[in-house]
Design a protein around this ligand. Structure first.
Ligand SMILES: Cc1cc2nc3c(=O)[nH]c(=O)nc-3n(C[C@H](O)[C@H](O)[C@H](O)COP(=O)(O)OP(=O)(O)OC[C@H]3O[C@@H](n4cnc5c(N)ncnc54)[C@H](O)[C@@H]3O)c2cc1C
Length: 391
């Protein structure tokens, strides 16, 4: 069977695109070592934050505005995987110009949204798990929440298969063959060759292994994730406790309420992370990570300070140097497109990702694509994602 396009990678970037391209009439196959959703994929998790807040960056907010309708529709189709419980973004000092929370708050107002600003007393009254007086400013925004990402990928894989996409788990791409500057086939570690004129590399944090020319602008960074069993579950259940960022650009810490299925409170750090090799390095949370975490809990959520950690995970970002996605056709090889660089914030855009990436494959104009174009990034380029803790 010849496919019009081979998609390398069955994470959220790959699967959403498979659905869109199949709907546009492309005979589409997805390769992945599997099983799917792949246990080490960034997309495979119990929860991911859906937030509009991106500081002064209006495009990301606009893209989430467009995604929210899709999440609500997917809830009707796949069941309640998007929990629209809102988000809280609190600061230890009063919000100030230039700060992630302040600029996000201003952008929300400017775009007609209705965040509720809260002071220290209001925070304690409405969200009693927070240590009184530790956080003195910030806001609650009703639009947003979290999605059960692994289940979303599962549901989309089923939808893709039902629409005719060939999901080929157990296949690891090792080479994109080309002739005369044009893609001719994809070869796998398992010894198979898939003739095609189009290949999409959506291999997440493994992308630069397949395309080493991207290694100078894309790196794998590992981030600690903790799952706790609270002694007082009601204190950490919505609406008493919802998706939060805790002065995130200064600390990196963010988290979720008690998970309705997994029965744990998940808290993670959106910092610079640990540089790792996606295939060869161990993915573990260190004693130092845990010490930092306990210190954060003691200063922020006293009722969790001694809570048992049920399990941890070090999950890998596909980090571009500027932290913007990489979605574009290859400048020299015809038929080759790359969609990667989620940089720790790509999942929330899933409802719009498929068409965005399909437009890139087809060379169509899309107002959101220039931000993600194939670009030269100097080695000293710094990250621009406003909520990221960079020190
Ligand atoms: C700890 C953590 C927390 C995050 N939190 C959030 C959040 O709260 N909100 C949010 O919006 N985003 C968040 N993200 C980011 C988000 O998860 C990613 O941007 C997104 O999931 C990336 O999807 P992907 O499809 O590019 O990669 P992945 O999901 O990693 O999928 C890549 C796939 O490619 C496959 N693959 C790799 N190499 C090959 C090969 N050679 N051949 C075939 N297949 C291959 C892999 O098996 C895998 O299935 C977070 C990420 C991490 C790591």
């Amino acid at each position: 069977m010849n496919y019009d396009i081979i998609i390398i990678g069955g994470g959220i970037f790959g699967v959403t695109t498979a659905v869109s391209l199949q709907q546009r009439g492309w005979r589409t196959a997805v390769l992945d070592p599997g099983p799917l959703p792949h246990p080490l994929a960034a997309s495979t998790d119990i929860s991911k934050v859906v937030r509009m807040e991106y500081g002064t960056d209006a495009q990301y907010m606009e893209m989430v505005e467009a995604s929210l309708g899709g999440w609500r529709q997917w809830n009707e189709r796949f069941g309640p995987l998007f929990h629209e419980i809102g988000v809280t973004m609190f600061t230890q000092q009063p919000m100030a110009p230039g700060g992630f929370e302040y600029e996000s708050y201003q952008m929300l107002l400017k775009r007609g949204h209705h965040p509720e600003r809260l002071n220290g007393d209001e925070i304690s009254r409405r969200f009693p798990a927070w240590k009184p007086g530790a956080f003195v400013d910030g806001f609650y925004h009703a639009q947003g929440g979290y999605v059960e990402s692994g289940r979303v990928v599962e549901a989309l894989i089923t939808q893709a298969q039902q629409s005719g996409v060939a999901i080929l788990a157990g296949q690891t791409a090792v080479e994109i063959a080309q002739q005369g500057g044009r893609v001719t086939a994809v070869r796998t570690q398992e010894g198979d060759t898939f003739p095609t004129n189009h290949a999409l590399v959506a291999a997440g944090t493994w992308t630069h292994l397949l395309l080493p020319e991207l290694a100078p602008v894309m790196k794998s960074t590992g981030h600690p994730v903790f799952h706790l069993k609270p002694a007082q579950p009601e204190l950490f259940t919505a609406p008493n406790f919802i998706v939060f960022t805790a002065d995130v650009a200064r600390t990196g810490w963010y988290g979720f309420p008690l998970h309705p299925r997994e029965g744990v409170v998940k808290i993670a750090n959106h910092g610079i992370g640990l540089r790792l090799h996606p295939r060869d390095d161990e993915r573990v949370v260190t004693a130092q990570d845990e010490q930092n975490f306990r210190a954060f809990l003691a200063a922020t959520f006293p009722a969790l300070a001694d809570a048992p950690i049920v399990y941890t995970r070090r999950c890998l970002y596909c980090d571009t140097l500027d932290e913007h996605f990489w979605i574009d056709r290859h400048p020299e090889t015809t038929g080759l497109t790359v969609a990667a660089g989620g940089s720790g914030h790509g999942f929330k855009f899933a409802p719009v990702l498929g068409d965005l990436i399909a437009d890139a494959v087809e060379g169509k104009v899309n107002p959101w694509l220039p931000k993600f174009r194939w670009r030269n990034l100097a080695a000293q380029t710094t990250g621009e994602e406003a909520s990221r803790h960079h020190s």
